[in-house]
Structure formats: C-alpha cells, structure tokens
Design a protein around this ligand. Structure first.
Ligand SMILES: [Zn+2]
Length: 459
C-alpha cells in the first residue's frame, strides 16, 4: 500500500490534536490579525483546515494576505513557528459572541408583519415572513415562494421568485450558505422587502429576481442554538466524537474543479469539502436551480460575510477568469457607491480579482465554469459586533441599506450593459448579413457578366 507521507503526518497531527481533547466549542479562541506572505498560503489553508486558525476575513495586498481570524493556542504557536508576526486583539471570541448576542436578543424581529432589522431573525420567523410574501403580488409583479430541495436535516430550502410580466432576465442571489454569516441572510431579506414594496415605475421591475435567503437552514439554526461559529451544514456522518466541528462546508462542495487545490478530506474541519462533489443536498439543490435557469441568469451573487469585497472567479486557482475586466468594471462602480455610505469608514469595499488562497468547489466557480453565467460574484458583506459575525441593531440597518444600493446599481448596470451588447450583436449580425447579401448579388452579377462575355466571344 502506498502511503502519502504528507497525509500520514496530517493524520497523526489530527489524531493527536483530538486525543488531547481540544474542543473548538470551549477552548480559548482569540481574535488575531496577521499579515501573511502570499507564498505562505498553503500554510494558511492548512491551519484553516485543521481549525487552528478560523479565518473570518481575508484581503489580498500586493505581496501578502491580511487576515482576521479566531486562533486557538495551536494556531498562535503555528504562526510563531512560521515566523509570521501577528497581533492579538485581546478579544476572547466566546465572550465576544455572548456580548454581541445579548445586545440584540430582546429586540423585536417582526412587528405587524414587517421585519424590523433590529436583530437577525430566527429561522421560524423567516419562514413565517416568507409565507406572507406571495400576498404582495400585484398586476405588475408576481411573487411566489418555492422549495428548491431539502437540507440534510430535511428542511425545505426556500426560494423567493419576484417576476414581472415583460421581464425575461433573472438576477439570482443566495445567502446563508455558511451558517454563521447572519448578515447575508438579513441582506437577502431586505432585498426581498424592497422588491415587494417597489412601485410600478421602479426600474427594478425590468428584471426578475430569484432569491434564496438561507441555503443552509440547518447550519443557520445550529449557529443560533448550539455553536455560533458553525460554517457547514449538519451532515454529521463520519463525524464521531472527539470531533468538535461537524458539517460540510457547502462552498467547497460544488462540482466544478472540486478538490483541485489538494485539500485532504477532514471531517472534523470547518472547511470540510465533503466526501465528493455534490455529496450534500444543499449544494446539489442550489446547483440544480442555477442550472435550470442558467440561460436567463444575467447576474449571480452569492452573499457571505464578513469583509467588504466583491470576489471574482476563479476561486479554485490564482488565475482570473478571461472576462475579469468586464466583471471588474461592473463591481467597481457598485463598490464606489457602497463606500459613499456612512457604514463604510471601517470597511472600504473593493474588488478582488482572483483567489490567491484557492478555495475549490465554490458556487461561484460552478456558476461561471460549468454554467457559463457571465457576471458571477461572491459578495463579502459588512457585518459587525465584536466577534465579527453577529451585527448589532445599527450595524444591521446600515449594512443592508448599503448593500441594497450596491446591488441595485450593479443589477441596473449589468442589465443595461447586457441589453446593449445584445442589441449591438444583433445589429452587427444584420450588417454582416446585409454585406454578405450584397456580395451574393455582386457575385451573381459578375458570373452573368462573364457568361455574357463568353457567349459573345463564341458567337
Ligand atoms: Zn461564507
């Protein structure tokens, strides 16, 4: 039997870690900041996959990757051993989460059928709200809610469709693919609220909107009730004790270039990519839905947190996609608009062109690579709270308002631009037909002329 020495070493370290009864739920987890040379991304990826560094936010700079992360004692040791300078923010993340949540827990979630955006809704509240949404259909807007599939724990994954009679193009959004990224779910809900309140003349009625506010309901609920840092779904198969983190990272489970960045499958990891591509019902349901509507989807944005970034394909490798300039142009103006909002001073939106720290198996790469959807982004949203994932009342309201402005802008730009390109393409096609028509007439005339000359010469 061939034994890969790296994998064997990985197994030994992982085994020892767990035998020492480390527990991600309860062990001290310090918030740190570090600037890591780009050449060290494999180190970073490895520490993430072993839960020593739980990367909350990353940003590429010229020669480095700047991260905010939750670091266990082993994570701090690993940074020291690799001679990577880092600063400890003196934030105990377990305490920070409690403080963040305590500050919003008593706020009302829904009043008279309207979401207050004073705190993150619980999943049952979201379902109650979605039940009422189709009643807001009008003569110029048809709203429906449908289940695109089931989660691992058998919950429906809901999608809201807001369609307009004359529109054909679809703007497709999802949120909550990672359980703990609550602001993304609230942003999707805010988008739905604004769309169903829009009047007849609003230009958002020019397109259809398909929005999945919570791709990973099991992980979302688990992050509320059990473990606030839950990223993955709740597939607990092959995740026996002493694993303290269970679930598959759905954004590493899509079937385009799955696993090419060499992640070993570690079932107790925050970045567990699953046993194979599309092993999880949630990623499969989302992929099937994207595929079903792909030919009409002009824009796909997968919303995450936290950071302030539009991330462009590819995420599986360092190389940007071929039309990155087009994607960059669309996102750049939207980022500039978002930066004009007051929520922004601490977090300037930026466009990041390609994955220096590869993350294969993302929904973004699948939409672009397998389905050929042109405008595809991961949008890292501004969140809040001391912990970073659990924004307070003011932060929720500022963030959703800011994101809505950016989304509306990029949607309008892409719809107009794509329409213009289609119109230009149609005109070019017509022109080329006309030209080739002229050539045909010319060539017929020339042939007749030559034939006439030939007959004349004979006679
Ligand atoms: Zn995420």
């Amino acid at each position: 039997m061939d034994i890969n020495p790296f994998e064997f070493l990985h197994f030994i370290i992982f085994f020892l870690d767990n035998c020492l009864c480390r527990n991600f739920f309860t062990d001290p987890l310090q918030k740190i900041k570090a600037e890591i040379p780009k050449t060290q991304w494999k180190f970073l990826q490895y520490e993430f996959s072993t839960n020593h560094l739980d990367i909350h936010r990353f940003r590429y700079q010229a020669q480095s990757i700047v991260i905010e992360a939750g670091a266990s004692v082993l994570g701090e040791e690993a940074l020291e051993n690799a001679n990577i300078p880092f600063s400890i923010t003196e934030i105990d993340l377990h305490e920070a989460v409690k403080n963040d949540l305590n500050q919003t827990i008593n706020n009302p979630g829904i009043v008279n059928g309207s979401i207050t955006f004073q705190r993150t809704l619980r999943y049952d509240e979201i379902l109650n709200f979605l039940k009422e949404v189709p009643k807001r259909s009008t003569s110029y807007r048809y709203i429906s809610v449908e289940a695109i599939g089931k989660s691992f724990e058998n919950r429906d994954i809901q999608m809201v469709k807001i369609q307009h009679p004359a529109a054909k193009s679809i703007m497709f959004f999802d949120a909550g693919i990672h359980g703990r990224e609550w602001i993304s779910v609230m942003t999707a809900l805010y988008l739905i609220v604004r769309l169903i309140e829009a009047d007849r003349n609003d230009d958002i009625n020019d397109v259809n909107w398909y929005i999945i506010p919570c791709v990973n309901p099991d992980g979302f609920i688990y992050s509320h009730e059990q473990f606030p840092f839950q990223r993955g779904n709740r597939n607990v198969t092959d995740c026996p004790p002493p694993c303290s983190v269970c679930g598959v990272d759905l954004n590493r489970n899509f079937g385009y270039k799955w696993g090419v960045d060499g992640l070993t499958s570690n079932n107790c990891s925050l970045t567990n990519p699953g046993s194979h591509a599309f092993s999880e019902p949630e990623s499969k349901a989302l992929a099937n839905t994207l595929e079903k509507y792909a030919k009409d989807i002009q824009l796909y944005i997968s919303m995450h947190s936290y950071g302030c970034d539009f991330l462009l394909p590819w995420t599986y490798e360092e190389k940007p996609c071929d039309d990155a300039d087009d994607l960059n142009k669309a996102a750049d103006r939207s980022a500039a608009l978002m930066n004009s909002f007051k929520a922004s001073p601490q977090c300037r939106f930026d466009v990041q062109t390609a994955g220096i720290m590869p993350n294969a198996g993302s929904s973004e790469d699948y939409a672009k690579g397998a389905l050929n959807i042109k405008y595809v982004y991961t949008l890292e949203l501004q969140s809040g709270g001391q912990s970073g994932f659990y924004p307070l009342e003011r932060e929720i309201q500022d963030s959703v308002l800011q994101s809505y402005a950016g989304i509306k802008d990029i949607t309008h730009y892409i719809h107009t631009e794509t329409g213009r390109n289609q119109e230009m393409g149609r005109r070019m096609l017509e022109q080329s037909r006309r030209k080739s028509g002229c050539r045909e007439i010319y060539s017929v005339n020339l042939s007749l002329y030559i034939l006439f000359c030939f007959i004349s010469a004979l006679s």
